[in-house]
Design a binder for this molecule. Sequence first.
Ligand SMILES: Nc1ncnc2c1ncn2[C@@H]1O[C@H](COP(=O)(O)OP(=O)(O)O)[C@@H](O)[C@H]1O
Ligand SMILES: [Mg+2]
Length: 545
Amino acid sequence: MQETYKAEEIFKQFKEHSISEFFRRNSQMLGYSGRIRSLTTVVHEFSTNALDASEEAGILPEISVVLKELGEDKYSVEVSDNGPGIPQRIVGKALATILAGTKFHRYLQQRGQQGIGAAGCTLFSKITTGKFIHVRSSTEKESYECDITIDIKSNKPVVENLVKREGLQRGTSIQGEFANVKYERGEHGVYGYLKRTALSNPHAGITLREPDGNEVIFTRSSNELPKRPKEIKPHPLGIGVNDLVELAQRSDSRKVSSFLVETLSRVTPSKIAELRNITGNDIMEQDPKSLVWADAENLVKAFRAVKWIAPELDSLSTIGEKQIDVAIRSILNPKFLSVVERRPRVFRGGIPFVVEAGLAYGGMAGKEKKGEGGQRYAEGNVLRFANKVPLLFDGSNCAISEAANSIDWKRYGISNFEEEPVSVFVNLSSVYVPYAGVGKQAIAQEEELVDEIKLALMDCGRILQRYISGVKALASKETKYKTIMRYVGQLAADLGEITGKSSKQIEASLRILVESKYKVMEESGEGPAESEAENVAENGSDAEI
Ligand SMILES: Nc1ncnc2c1ncn2[C@@H]1O[C@H](COP(=O)(O)OP(=O)(O)O)[C@@H](O)[C@H]1O
Ligand SMILES: [Mg+2]
């Protein structure tokens, strides 16, 4: 007979793991896989926090990244900013508790949204080197420095060596040691990441000190802070059951009905009456804190049965057509460029987003073109951004790549998208970007997003097509001109003989005639440049040759 085991024995093994323990085992989910990528992830997490914090405080960001090589595959990373600082009482939680931050459940377009990034770096430092991270920070009230690490079992911070300081400049500086990482000056490493960050954030001044001491300065090219994204309330159609339960737990309202009016956008007393008809009175009269999963599920279902005014769309901040134009020109130096900013849209019925796209042709555009030092300029020929943050990895899972690959580029005069000198640029901005993974390197392939990105690229494609057909027309005009001109001398001589008139005069008249019809007047800008300018005015987009 087969031996049997008692439940008590089996469940002796039962343990609860903290979220930090989970990510210790699955650090690749946070972007820590591959040495070059891991170093980029650390810089990405610290610099996105620096940009978010200074923008929220209304300060033009000045970010410095200092890398030092400590040994084989071991580096020190220090990222400093001139932002608002982190109050000392919460610095441990902010930097060493996974799922803690100021950006949760806020419908505000920011780079961070989950409260994982900074603590993920602290965790990665601990698991690869066993070291604490060192933090210096100054707010308007206090200045201090300390060492911080994460207690993996409890997901709680450990803060040591706290020292108050006098008169530090405002801002935060975080330094840590990391192993299993590597610096290479390539487009997929820290260098390429910061270069693209500078391009999509012209208001930021960024300095990188490479491990060999070389300093690279990505100069601020605009002294204007981008339009401040507006914080909005979640729309009933954009909210899931889980979010609703969490928001209800934190609510101070007395009843679910008032909680909904206060917390969500577009919920008015008359909408509550409509919802009441669907859900019944009991749910609406409850204390929100007692809202259970099944109630929340009923509410979310009821939301979908009611007609709503669309969410506010002025909550988004874009890079802007002008800046995208400058950015693409400086990376790819293309012969032709079209840039399009679409109007804001809504996905999942309630989450606003907006797509900006650019299409570059010629110059360094295209897949395998090599830059100085033989570096590739793009991952494939698609440059991807979400909320102005460059996405360098996991391209095959991304809505942007999916959209670019599903377009029939032949219709726009590009017979082979993979091979021709063509690159696309896309930035998707939203109060909530649905990333395909916690590493935030790819946007989930949701149909509404993919469709909108496709439309943006097709807008760009139409402008490009006019350029390409303009170039072809020019080329055929040029050929005709040259062919006819070859015979003008002989023809004039023959006509002179037949008519007895001066063949020189005949030749001069013939030349004027042919030139007026076929000569390509480069100086006057004849050809695609001019027609393109008209098209562009029509489309409200920017394009030059
Ligand atoms: N450089 C910084 N300046 C000010 N606050 C910061 C900085 N870095 C991190 N923080 C705070 O720490 C929190 C946690 O950061 P993080 O773990 O990266 O999560 P997220 O960015 O998703 O909120 C942020 O929400 C912010 O409040
Ligand atoms: Mg962050």
